[in-house]
Design a protein around this ligand. Structure first.
Ligand SMILES: Cc1cc2nc3c(=O)[nH]c(=O)nc-3n(C[C@H](O)[C@H](O)[C@H](O)COP(=O)(O)OP(=O)(O)OC[C@H]3O[C@@H](n4cnc5c(N)ncnc54)[C@H](O)[C@@H]3O)c2cc1C
Length: 255
């Protein structure tokens, strides 16, 4: 097992069950606005931390919630610069909530505790085609998986954003078909937008793998639709990243 490449070791650990999450105190290097209404925060890992992850995985950040208290918020690792010993996260500025508030106020040298990496929404190499769906909170995961996918992979990507100004270029060596869905002023959250796009998506021949992330009820609807159309549970990785009224955390969507 120890002779496996690092990525395969991480995949094997994921298959074995919920890994114990290591924790790190990291320092803000810089923060700046990023496309799709995000704030990117670059974080410096402790020297020799040995931190590693698979594209699509997240860290749990202990975000200040006021009066000396902290709350857990999951943010996807958008980039890692191994040379510099940094990772970055893109935090959606969706409102006056602790995550974006912290991202907007983060200054170089600020320290924050993180745990991770965590998450099973990572590239599954044994599929003939891949289907990714999500909203803005999923752009970091989907963009990072896309840019690290092998050139012989075929992927269909559906991303929901407010409008065309919020689209971002997706880099990949793989063959990507990307479709942007626009809310056009409708609030983010439970809606028919992604569910109808996926209902209209004709499943290609061969073994498919779906990665459904985003608002929990939207993820659940797509999952049920794909199962009704013949995908097995093993062919669908799905996770609720947020939902109206929920504070931090994530929802398992495995029914
Ligand atoms: C594995 C994983 C990876 C994630 N990666 C990212 C990422 O890379 N970037 C990112 O921005 N988010 C990401 N998220 C989602 C993020 O963790 C949640 O949106 C989280 O609730 C944000 O914390 P907050 O402090 O802004 O809001 P909270 O204090 O947690 O929530 C307050 C209220 O805000 C509303 N709300 C929360 N999120 C949203 C939203 N996206 N849009 C509209 N309303 C919302 C809800 O009504 C909620 O009750 C990820 C989630 C998971 C589980």
């Amino acid at each position: 097992m120890d002779n496996l490449p690092q990525g395969d070791l991480l995949q094997a650990a994921l298959r074995r069950g919920r890994p114990k999450l290591p924790s790190y105190t990291v320092a803000v290097v810089e923060s700046f606005d990023a496309p799709s209404n995000m704030r990117r925060v670059v974080l410096s890992l402790p020297q020799g931390s040995g931190f590693d992850y698979l594209p699509g995985q997240a860290v749990v950040m202990m975000i200040p919630t006021g009066e000396g208290e902290f709350g857990r918020r999951d943010y996807t690792i958008r980039t890692m610069d191994r040379q510099a010993g940094t990772i970055s996260v893109d935090i959606l500025k969706h409102g006056e909530t602790p995550g974006p508030r912290w991202a907007l106020s983060a200054r170089p040298g600020d320290r924050i505790d993180i745990r991770g990496p965590r998450g099973r929404t990572v590239f599954q190499k044994d599929a003939d085609w891949h289907l990714f769906t999500g909203d803005e909170t999923c752009i970091p995961a989907i963009a990072h998986i896309a840019e690290t996918m092998p050139s012989d992979a075929k992927a269909f990507i559906f991303l929901e954003v407010e409008g065309s100004d919020y689209e971002v270029p997706l880099e990949s060596a793989a063959d990507l078909e990307v479709r942007w869905l626009h809310r056009r002023g409708e609030p983010a959250g439970p809606s028919n937008l992604m569910a109808s796009a996926i209902a209209d998506f004709s499943l290609p021949a061969g073994r498919g793998q779906a990665y459904l992330i985003g608002e929990t009820s939207n993820v659940r609807r797509q999952r049920h639709d794909l199962i009704a159309r013949g995908l097995t549970r093993e062919q669908i990785l799905s996770e609720g990243y947020w939902r109206p009224g929920r504070i931090g955390g994530h929802d398992h969507v495995d029914d």
